[in-house]
Design a protein around this ligand. Sequence first.
Ligand code: TRP
Length: 332
Amino acid sequence: MFNNQLVSYSGVQPSGNLTIGNYLGAIKNFSIYSEKYKCFYCVVDEHAITVRQVPADLRRRTYETLALYVACGLDPDKNTLYVQSHVHEHAELAWILNCYTMFGELSRMTQFKDKSSKHSDNINAGLFTYPTLMAADILLYQTDVVPVGVDQKQHVELCRDIAERFNQLYPDTFTIPEPIISKSGMKIMSLADPTKKMSKSDENVNAVVYILDDKDTVIRKFKRAVTDSDTVVRFAEDKHGINNLMTIYSCFTGKTFDEIEKEFDGKGYGEFKLAVGEVCADALAPVRQRHAELLADKAYLESLMKKGAEEASYYARRTLGKVQKKLGFVKI
Ligand code: TRP
């Protein structure tokens, strides 16, 4: 809660590769959020450097990620969209929180264990303290809710533990945030293995439809989607591939499963897959177009970054000031 408004906060890594799972499960619903909450969406470039980045790629992806959010319909006048490194309070609060976070707590984070086994040549301290920077992101804005994927739930829980510990020592400092785990995003499964969630980091490019895929690519991927040996388009327990395609078709068209079964009665899987590909490609086309226009206008994107950073700083400054005072840092 900040200035009597409920606050929602989410961070995204600067990679332009968001999937239709992210789109249908989260991004498409963002506008509903902004009616109920003061919403912050941060492009977390400081988190990104916990693994090695090519500087030119990181820079480009930071623009791309911001542009993608705007292209998907996030209104920059109703939401605060900004880049983490533009608001220095994040790094400063992260340092302070490091001193209130236990080695044992950080050691138990499953993402740290995963990433350190994947990047065994670079298990740096930033990778280890990644969750305290994330806690700083969240706590700086006196956040009430944090919409995240299920993989980030553990980090939000640690953030709550840190905030509670801090509040016990220095009462009334932070709002305790609640994670909101998007359910529908989890329901979009891989096209290659429909028992597995569609993941932007899947090595098989045919398993994943990206928001920025062009029409031909979208259609080709759906044509190749793994289904079963049945031929009837109907929802059934063991028909994971068809269930997934029906879910996607339903999300894009608003049709119920009954309506979809009727529509494709007597038609084969081939025709159905093509139809799913077409509604998906048609829905994504304007997003792709808008994204390209935005990227061609760097000055506009930079003006959004500047405006976002100014708005975010106002909140961040107030919380950091309060924390520093409670800790006994001298103000001059
Ligand atoms: N760690 C999150 C991820 O990888 C990104 C993130 C950083 C975040 N800071 C955040 C998410 C604050 C929610 C709130 O997806």
